[in-house]
Write a protein that binds this ligand. Structure first.
Ligand code: IMP
Ligand code: MG
Length: 189
């Protein structure tokens, strides 16, 4: 059992307070339904679409999206890391686990929870393109527009958000809050 006391020495820490609602469960549901309709319409008749989830933050978004699509689809995962437990950058993006599928000739849709600097998505696109997919597009739930450092193409976007640390709906702060049904923000320490 972890301590939920909230305050220690008078200071509220980012991972101990209750996140305040930034995007409600209902708003997320409606937007994911819209994205699924858009993706289904655009890939209609194109054969199977491989949904490539970027672990771990994507797991709830991908599960909802995958069930709402009306086209043939399969699912695979890749794990990358850009940040440590304390949310400080490692510097480089690291490949933790590669996907199992041979994507040559396949339509691939990268499913990401959030684009912050854009480093992770850029790394991923550069890693996957040489494997010659039939197409490679990106579906991202959240984007911190003001933080973008890299020109990365987002084909399907859920929401633009301000530069705050967000948790819930798969996203974490130091591995906490992933299972919250809404997107919440936590204040800096
Ligand atoms: P980027 O490489 O800077 O675009 O960072 C992308 C990755 O950082 C995301 O896939 C997340 O894992 C993580 N990240 C960035 N901002 C947040 C946040 O506000 N909450 C949770 N994770 C985040
Ligand atoms: Mg991610």
């Amino acid at each position: 059992m972890s301590c939920e006391s909230g305050r220690r020495g008078g200071k509220i820490r980012k991972n101990q307070e209750k996140p305040s609602v930034l995007i409600s469960e209902e708003k997320i549901r409606r937007r994911v339904e819209e994205l699924a309709r858009q993706v289904s319409a655009e890939y209609e008749g194109a054969g199977e679409l491989l949904l490539l989830g970027v672990l771990r933050g994507c797991f709830i978004f991908l599960a909802d999206l995958a069930r709402l699509l009306t086209i043939p689809r399969s699912v695979d995962f890749i794990a990358l890391a850009a940040y440590g437990q304390d949310a400080a950058p490692y510097g480089a993006v690291r490949l933790i686990m590669d996907l199992r599928t041979n994507i040559s000739g396949k339509h691939v849709l990268i499913v990401e929870d959030i684009v912050d600097t854009g480093n992770t998505l850029e790394y991923l696109i550069h890693t996957l393109l040489p494997r010659k997919p039939a197409s490679l597009k990106t579906c991202v739930l959240l984007r911190k527009k003001d933080r973008l450092e890299k020109e990365v193409r987002i084909d399907y976007l859920g929401f633009d958000i301000p530069d705050v640390w967000v948790v819930g709906y798969g996203l974490d702060y130091a591995d906490r809050h992933r299972a919250l049904p809404y997107i919440g923000s936590v204040k800096a320490d």
